[in-house]
Design a binder for this molecule. Structure first.
Ligand code: ADP
Length: 674
């Protein structure tokens, strides 16, 4: 069953290009390496000497409470603090959002920690040890065309039907021979197939360097592609047309948390239109970008581009206006939304395993560090039969709230765009509302309040009125805001999608054996330990064969030149090795069942090992991620037999979870939570 229920549309059209990586950062006032704690205490001391900090007040007022404490106890809260010094082009929309929320902005950074750090481009900032950052480490790398294609391909290998929303793709230059061979074979088996392909340089954006070809040999391999990898993809020849024009959809998606997985989708998106009537690709029209590419940044230069304040017309419209039109023609709009939600969840499921590896590398468990969330831009094409197809994911969707206006031919000026402001401010503001750090603190306070009601009343009398601008009551702010434009889709629909999260579980094994914190690649010893601890070697699979497997796969992945910074086995290589082992061990099953069975097997042996170590008083040395136990049918043991080894409740729950992985219809007690 797919998720039902379309989010009611409400947003308006806006600009959709993405933030190009690498634009210079604004200078921020930051403590230098090794200094943050000292700087923070210096600043606190300065605040105290100015009589503003809690201790200063205590010194002057004979134990009177500081503003934060008084505010909290008076039912008010200290304002959420946001460092916007790296917001770049999203700064304007962020400022408006913060004003609406009455949160406190630090445009030049702050020496004391902030609650939220808003970055325009990427996660990286070495001096953040707490709070939340609006980017995940590794996201920019993960959504590059090549990496995204690889991640989706892994899922297509496991679940070909579920992942048929991504066009068949090949990675250049390494898969060029495969591309040529596969196309030849497909043509031979179906002579009526007359495909077109689209070549997209890796890391490109705004249509940069993209071209269409009919014949695989027309790929421009010489020079540029060798130095710049690319993806060649089957071109979707029959898109849905509106007013005879091709268009695509930009949807804003909030990845609120990786663990547990939490995903929200904005209720409305933007539709970006081509500016030449569409014709199916022929050798004659292949080069006509205004006909085939929907990028705003390209079509703005066509004489036919229409700026319109009306959401139903023009070259950029709301997605909801398109849905209304489809609905009036009798289309099943609910199904379209539910397919889109499905596509978004499945895509994020494909991305999460590697994101978790990046996360533990940048923010190792046990070390202080911020938590992360991120707004993503999903670009989706609707086919003529209304099936949504994923084109790409943007880690930095443009949050500009102005658009270019051509004053005279070739002369452009940025003018404010009310529609951009309406959509993007809502997405940013509601993202902030969802990650509001005060909500958690309020919950904590609420649970304490019931225990200290009488004490609080006395304190209120003692405290007097809280400092006005420093505090905000939650009710008064929320009351003035519209309802959230972001709708939760995960864990809401977790039950229907959890069975797809196999690579996530493989990644948990990988992370456990990484060993040294901060690395993203597994060394040969780590791989051997994995094999040994999971009891995967036997007379048919010696440790010498294990080493050969490691060397073969690692060498191949490293020769692809993905990441030369570290040596060792990357997650994708480990996944490949894992699939090999699964195929070896469970020959007759389909791949996803082979992999699921091997994961169960490994998780079971690791849990047993952990249990044994605990009983022996050795503790668990290398255990880092939550590795679940999941003995299932087909293995040597049953959960009932091994119940004494494991926590019974957990084991029963996990077993039920496993059943639901294998048989998606079966509802388990643990399913639906994540
Ligand atoms: P960029 O990041 O450069 O915008 P995209 O992958 O979004 O790259 O592709 C640019 C445009 O090309 C898309 O907006 C869409 O109009 C068109 N396009 C991309 N891939 C396909 C495809 N497989 N089939 C049809 N059109 C495509």
């Amino acid at each position: 069953m797919e998720p039902a229920g379309a989010p009611p549309p409400s947003c308006a059209p806006a600009r959709e290009a993405e933030e190009p990586p690498g634009s210079p950062a604004l200078p921020a006032e930051r403590p230098r390496d090794g200094e943050p704690a000292r700087k923070a205490s210096e600043e606190a001391a300065a605040e105290r000497s100015r009589g503003r900090g809690p201790a200063g007040r205590a010194a002057r007022g004979g134990g009177r409470r500081g503003p934060e404490e008084r505010g909290a106890r008076a039912g008010r809260r200290p304002r959420v603090t946001v460092d916007s010094s790296k917001a770049k082009t999203s700064l304007e929309a962020l400022k408006i959002s913060l004003r609406q929320l009455r949160w406190r902005e630090f445009p030049f950074g702050r020496r004391l920690p902030c609650d939220i750090y808003w970055h325009g481009v990427s996660f990286h900032d070495n001096y953040i040890f707490s709070g939340q950052v609006n980017k995940f480490p590794g996201m920019t790398e993960m959504v590059r065309k090549v990496t995204l294609s690889r991640a989706v391909r892994t899922m297509q290998d496991l679940f070909p039907v579920e992942y048929n929303f991504y066009p068949r793709s090949w990675i250049l230059p390494e898969e060029f021979p495969l591309f040529v061979t596969e196309v030849r074979m497909m043509k031979e088996s179906d002579p009526s197939w007359k495909p077109t392909f689209i070549v997209k340089p890796d890391g490109g954006c705004q249509g940069d360097g993209i071209y269409l070809i009919k014949d695989p040999n027309d790929v421009r391999l010489a020079g540029s592609v060798q130095s710049r990898p690319a993806v060649v993809q089957e071109y979707i020849c029959k898109p849905l047309l509106v007013d005879k024009l091709k268009f695509d959809i930009r949807l804003y998606v909030l990845l609120k948390s990786l663990e547990p997985l939490e995903i929200y989708i904005a209720k409305d998106g933007l539709s970006r239109f081509c500016t030449e009537p569409y014709q199916e690709p022929t050798l004659k029209n292949l080069h006509q970008v205004f006909m085939h590419l929907t990028n705003y940044s390209l079509n703005i230069h066509s004489g036919n581009f229409i700026h319109s304040d009306n959401v139903n017309t023009g070259s950029k419209r709301t997605f909801s206006s398109i849905l209304c039109r489809l609905s009036s023609r009798g289309a099943d709009v609910k199904k379209v939304w539910s397919d889109i939600i499905s596509l978004v969840i499945k895509t994020i499921i494909a991305l999460t395993p590697e994101l978790k590896v990046y996360y533990q590398s940048d923010i190792p468990a046990g070390k202080p560090g911020p938590t992360c969330f991120q707004i993503l831009g999903f670009d989706i094409l609707l086919m003529k039969n209304l099936k949504p197809m994923l084109l790409e994911v943007n880690a930095n969707p443009s949050m500009r709230i102005e658009h270019e206006q051509e004053l005279s031919p070739g002369v452009f000026e940025n003018v404010p765009s009310p529609v951009d402001e309406e959509v993007k401010v809502a997405v940013i503001r509601d993202t902030l509302r969802l990650v509001d750090p005060q909500k958690k603190r309020r919950k904590d306070i609420q649970s304490q309040t019931s225990e200290h009601v009488s004490e609080t009343r006395e304190d209120l009398l003692d405290a007097g009125p809280a400092d006005g601008p420093e505090y905000e009551t939650s009710k008064s702010t929320e009351a003035g805001l519209p309802s959230l434009c972001l709708k939760q889709v995960f864990p809401k629909y977790a039950k229907q999608f959890n069975y797809l999260r196999l690579v996530d579980r493989v990644a948990a094994l990988f992370i456990r054996f990484l060993g040294v914190k901060g690395t993203t690649k597994l060394g040969p010893t780590g791989f051997r330990t994995f094999i040994r601890n999971c009891k995967l070697s036997n007379s048919n699979f010696s440790m010498a064969s294990v080493d050969i497997l490691y060397i073969d796969i690692t060498r191949r992945w490293n020769s692809m030149g993905i990441d030369h910074k570290e040596s060792g086995m990357c997650l994708q290589a480990f996944v490949e090795a894992f699939f090999c082992l699964a195929q070896k061990k469970y020959k007759s099953l389909p791949l996803h069942e082979q992999v699921a069975s091997l994961i169960d097997f490994c998780e079971y042996h690791l849990a047993a090992l952990d249990e044994k170590r605990l009983l022996c008083g050795r503790g668990v040395v290398e255990r880092r991620g939550a590795v679940v136990t999941c003995p299932t049918d087909g293995l040597e043991v049953t959960p009932a037999l091994h119940a004494p080894l494991l926590n019974r409740t957990a084991a029963a729950g996990k077993f039920a979870d496993c059943r639901s992985h294998r048989y998606p219809g079966a509802v388990s007690p643990g399913a639906g939570r994540d």
